[in-house]
Structures are given as structure tokens and as C-alpha cells.
Design a protein around this ligand. Structure first.
Ligand code: SF4
Length: 213
């Protein structure tokens, strides 16, 4: 990355972390995936029960593999051969996990997490249940404020996810949100996490690269 652009991006990240801290969430800026995993090891412990929300970032950064290979009780929703009932059980067990891993559709410079779910299992676990929530994002997820977060979801994250999931919605044709009434709609729960009561619950790891949508 050009050094001048990097200066601007770094400043945005630092502002975001400063505001996350004001909102009683922990924020970390790491150079790469390896550093992110190192940070994760500081937050969780061997034998912990861990779960994940749907996320391309967790695959792209190697975190899913790390959780599979580590000495953890990983509730692996992606394991081959799981029935819909098995997956439903994992979603429910996730609420009592020691730590829940997810990315975020957007994170504002004001220190807020913005997410839109189709079923609500991910945003529900982010709000309440797991003792810790570890949010892993690339710098591409940072936006100025909630208006930009909403826009990011409508114009990028949701249509890209619809394509990935091969859903039949208007945004899968035109590439932006048309607030559809489709039975395949993936946007149902719109959640802003602004502050936390427990300052050791939400840990946001920002990696100096682009990941996910
Ligand atoms: S509401 Fe419908 S059209 Fe809009 S992004 Fe979601 S699935 Fe696509």
C-alpha cells in the first residue's frame, strides 16, 4: 500500500479503536492473520468451548482451521455431514460458549458494530450468551458512521453474500439492495452494538488487509 494511503488508513483504525474503548469494547490493530491468531490465543484458553458465526473472513484468515486444529471444544457448524437439526443444535449451544467468533458487516469509526442477519443466530450470540465475542475484521470493514454502515451493507455486503449463497433475489441480478420481498431474502435482523456492559466481552481484532465482504 502507498505510504500516504497507509497513513490515512492507520489513522482511521486508531480512531475506531479509541472509540471502541470508549464504548467499553477492546480493540486491537494487527499486521496480518498470524498476528491475529496470536492475539486470539491471548484471549481464549485451551479446553474452551468455541463457536463461530457465518463469516468469509474467518475462512480467509485461517481462523476456522486454527480452531479445528487447536485444543478446543470447537462447535464446528461447517463440519461435513451435519443435518439441519445438527446445525440448529450448534446454533443453540453457541449461546453458552466461552467465546464466539464472527466478523462484522461494518464497524464505524465511532466504535459501533453493524450487522444484518438472515436468521438472527449470529447477531443474537453477539448480543448475549457467549462469555466473550471475538470480532475479526479487515480494514475494509471500517466506515465513518452508521449511515455508511447501512449503505455498505445494502450496496456491497448483502448482495455479495446473496451471490455466494446462490439466492434468488433482485440484488443477485442488479448488485444492490432493492429491499425485496423475496422468500430468499437474507436481510431480516438489523443490529447495532453501540456499547457493552462488560468491558472484557467484545474483542475486536482489526487486521491490516482486506477480508470478507
Ligand atoms: S433485502 Fe433483499 S434485495 Fe436487499 S440486499 Fe437483502 S436480499 Fe438483497
Amino acid at each position: 500500500m502507498d505510504a500516504n494511503v497507509k497513513f490515512v488508513v492507520d489513522k482511521r483504525v486508531l480512531r475506531t479503536i479509541e472509540n471502541l474503548e470508549k464504548n467499553n469494547m477492546k480493540g486491537y490493530f494487527v499486521e496480518n492473520e498470524k498476528e491475529a491468531i496470536k492475539k486470539i490465543k491471548d484471549i481464549i484458553g485451551e479446553g474452551d468451548t468455541l463457536s463461530v458465526g457465518g463469516s468469509m473472513t474467518l475462512f480467509e484468515t485461517g481462523i476456522i482451521d486454527f480452531l479445528r486444529k487447536g485444543k478446543y471444544n470447537f462447535l464446528d457448524r461447517y463440519k461435513e455431514g451435519l443435518s439441519p437439526e445438527d446445525i440448529k443444535e450448534i446454533y443453540r449451544k453457541s449461546f453458552s460458549a466461552d467465546a464466539y467468533f464472527t466478523s462484522s458487516n461494518a464497524i464505524t469509526e465511532e466504535g459501533e458494530l453493524y450487522n444484518v442477519d438472515g436468521r438472527g443466530n449470529r447477531v443474537a450470540a453477539m448480543i448475549y450468551g457467549p462469555d466473550k465475542v471475538i470480532v475479526v475484521v479487515g480494514v475494509n470493514k471500517i466506515v465513518r458512521d452508521l449511515d455508511e454502515a447501512i449503505m455498505r451493507n445494502r450496496e456491497l455486503a448483502a448482495p455479495a453474500n446473496v451471490k455466494r449463497l446462490n439466492k434468488n433475489t433482485p440484488c443477485s441480478k442488479v448488485g444492490y439492495c432493492m429491499d425485496c420481498n423475496s422468500k430468499d431474502r437474507i436481510c431480516n435482523e438489523y443490529v447495532v452494538i453501540r456499547k457493552q456492559a462488560d468491558g472484557d466481552r467484545i474483542h475486536v481484532i482489526i487486521i491490516d488487509n482486506d477480508f470478507g465482504y
